[in-house]
Design a protein around this ligand. Structure first.
Ligand SMILES: CC(C)(COP(=O)(O)OP(=O)(O)OC[C@H]1O[C@@H](n2cnc3c(N)ncnc32)[C@H](O)[C@@H]1OP(=O)(O)O)[C@@H](O)C(=O)NCCC(=O)NCCS
Length: 244
């Protein structure tokens, strides 16, 4: 079972520890206005490009929450964070003395963020929906994953699909390569608990893969390249009110 704490400030992140945060992206108009002041000009331009308000607002809230958390971990203001982007778009932080690593994911109204020190990390949240299907699994999963999934009772296949999918996204987001990395080239568990079983031409031994509960009807997993001592789960909501 995942136990979510609601801290009054951002706790210290220790070596080989992982902090996971969750939040809802629908916020009050006043909160949204405050959040929008935290974005830099590029992010504001990106927000303006969304066609629908709901998507613009979710992007603004998610980016502001990320800046607020990073600011607290790095002991600076949220506006001072300077992102740089790797070749496939993974954001990292410039002048990062703490070597803080992070990754975020959002699905519908929900946001998750993962933080650790010195080691690659990726996270993914997905709504469990009818998008799952044998054809997508056959196209993207390895043959052994696809076949094992299809051998499950039909009513378990949808959960298995998103269990596999979130682990795959968490891994490709950790390494920063996104969908340019073939999802067939590594194998994960079919059902809980999450596990990175093997990677083509590389060792899976130094990876930690974990699935966990965030919200009903959502699958979530993170992957990090280290032996993890401790994983802590935090709600963003209370912290939110004390931020400004
Ligand atoms: C990374 C990727 C798997 C994300 O999938 P998704 O399920 O749509 O999105 P999620 O909500 O889980 O994650 C989005 C967040 O991941 C981060 N992200 C973006 N690219 C990333 C990457 N390559 N690796 C890790 N994280 C990435 C960002 O913080 C992004 O948040 P933002 O949109 O608010 O900035 C997908 O977008 C992808 O494959 N991108 C690569 C694209 C590429 O190769 N581009 C080449 C560009 S030149």
């Amino acid at each position: 079972m995942t136990t979510w704490q609601t801290p009054s400030s951002v706790p210290t992140l220790k070596k080989n520890e992982v902090h996971i945060w969750r939040a809802e992206l629908a916020v009050s108009p006043q909160q949204l206005q405050e959040y929008s002041t935290l974005l830099n000009s590029d992010e504001t331009k990106r927000a303006r490009r969304f066609h629908f308000d709901i998507h613009r607002n979710r992007f603004t809230a998610a980016r502001a929450m990320l800046r607020l958390l990073l600011g607290r971990y790095l002991n600076c203001s949220p506006q001072e964070i300077i992102f740089k982007y790797e070749s496939h778009g993974k954001p990292t932080i410039e002048n990062n003395a703490l070597e803080l690593q992070f990754n975020v994911s959002h699905s519908d109204n929900y946001f998750v963020a993962a933080f650790t020190l010195n080691h690659l990390i990726g996270i993914d949240i997905e709504e469990i929906s009818d998008r799952a299907g044998a054809d997508i699994a056959e196209r993207f999963f390895s043959a052994s994953e696809y076949e094992a999934m299809m051998r499950l009772p039909e009513q378990e296949q949808q959960n298995a699909f998103f269990h596999i999918w979130t682990q795959k996204e968490a891994f490709i987001k950790a390494i920063g390569q996104g969908l340019s990395f073939p999802l067939k080239d590594f194998i994960v568990s079919i059902q809980a608990p999450a596990k990175l079983i093997s990677i083509k031409n590389a060792s899976a031994d130094d990876w930690h893969m974990q699935d966990f509960f965030t919200y009903s009807n959502f699958a979530t997993a993170f992957a990090t390249q280290q032996k993890v001592n401790h994983v802590k789960f935090f709600n963003f909501s209370e912290l939110n009110n004390k931020t400004f």
